[in-house]
Design a protein around this ligand. Sequence first.
Ligand code: ATP
Ligand code: MG
Length: 580
Amino acid sequence: MRQSRHIGGTLREVPKDAQTAAHSLMLRAGYIRQLSAGIYSYLPLLFRTLTKISQIVREEMAAAGSEELLMPALQNKELWEESKRWERYTAIDGIMFAFEDRRGGTVCLGPTHEEVVTDILRHEIKSYKDLPKNAFQIQTKFRDEIRPRFGLMRAREFIMKDAYSFDADDAGLEQSYEAMRQAYHRVCRRIGYEYRAVEADSGAIGGSGSQEFMVLADTGEDTLVYCDQCEYAANQERASSRLETFDQDTETRPMKAVLGENLIGVEPLAKFLGIPVWKTTKTLIFEADDDVVAVMVRGDCDVNETKVRNHLGCNVLRLASAGTIKELTGADVGYAGPIGLPERVRIVADHYVNDRVNFECGANQTHHHNVDVNFDRDLPRPMFGEFKLARGGHRCPQCEGRLQEARGIEVGHIFKLGTKYSAAMNCRYLDANGKPQPAVMGCYGIGISRMAAAWIEQNHDDRGIIWSPQIAPYLVHLIALNPEDDTVRAAADRLYEQLLREGIEVLYDDRRARAGEKFGDADLMGMPIRLTLSKRTLEQNQVEYKLRKGGESELVTPAEAIRRIQHSAGSAQAAQALRS
Ligand code: ATP
Ligand code: MG
């Protein structure tokens, strides 16, 4: 492609609203243009990268036995009512774009496709002999995210690969899930991410087990924890951990309320009271749909809201407002405790709150703290569960190792759905005894457009993007310096034609622009190999060869440059083959 005709000019200025490297670099290097909040055009360079990522995903889906189709983005309300998700996706979460059509019907733009695919397969599957089935598509999804941000990372319109498996039983689902899991690992390895697969929460999609594929990056929206000794790795929302436990007092002391003004943080409070932090208690008040819940965790921990939400089975969980807290506890924020709350407040507590003798908790009176509190005597034992947030430094739930914390970008998510959709939507087959059974489903998503952003987040420097040959828009950026010089232009044109004849993907900077601008743009755009042709190199019948990812520039003959390019394209393929 001749750059003089290319659509997607570069920007020198860092866009003000771009908070991450990927977002800023994609805008600056001419990969995307914003239309409105969370809505972007994919300009030609990005489109090429998306096509390459899609191709890798297609190959791995096919290898895992999934068949490609394309379902409608425009769906109807009735279908979503069958699965009982309409309310949740519209009124409750508000994630779905829904509107009236001229026929008086209500339609929506698909945020995901469980309903549509189940509708297709319920007409397809008759007997156990028709199973298993597995279908995937690469398609635009629509989600009215509350906080669209970071460019393509969290957009309102984005490209996803979604696959759905249908099996006769759980054993079949295990096999389908495993094949998809392996395919996801191969996709991540072929692209070349530094990533981790982690146990995940199933969220609104529902189901019994799920894993996320996380590209490691400090700006990632997700936190993951992993063990430094075993394979354990989980999204923090889902993670378990073990805490240090301590010897307890052998005698209980009488409970008393202590005045400790403005001691809200557990550290200063523990210091003031002369007790270890683990003896303090955090009691957080939440509104859970129409109920109010107090959640207790040990003072050295935080509450895992996902676990609380899952335990309560509520749709919306949010911290109560200062006003509500005052009304319920009679105290300002920071002094809530489990003793003396109104009856309608349900109390749940993390396991590690239990088994403590003489502990502290808020006294429901501003500036006051109860000390030497004991269960059974001062308050009944609440419902216990795992409600604390797992953290780096905690013990692994599976071995003696320690958990580490990292930030990640979720690029893929695989779920065991079970029969949630097939039962609700009557997608059944006749088993060997002629008895109808719901198909057992799995679903598997990869954010194609988010993957491109995640690559940049992980692979850039202060000058710009650093693509790998696998997903670079073009392998080679050919630069003609001073192309207004006829000999330079003619030679560069010849080399360009030759590269094309060799089947090498090349972006040719034939623009009349300064050398500094051309080099700056090439670094910003990030093609793996840069070839520069100038009057000086021509005098020696040579061309300058330079890798974007470090490395000195070298003068080589055009033939040698082509040999190296072919070698690097070949070795990229070989590396892909090896990694997969
Ligand atoms: P998140 O937790 O990031 O909101 P999700 O769990 O809702 O994502 P899934 O339903 O699992 O997303 O979707 C499958 C994949 O689609 C995700 O792993 C992610 O890569 C991608 N994806 C989801 N939401 C977005 C979005 N708003 N913008 C870009 N990609 C997205
Ligand atoms: Mg997900």
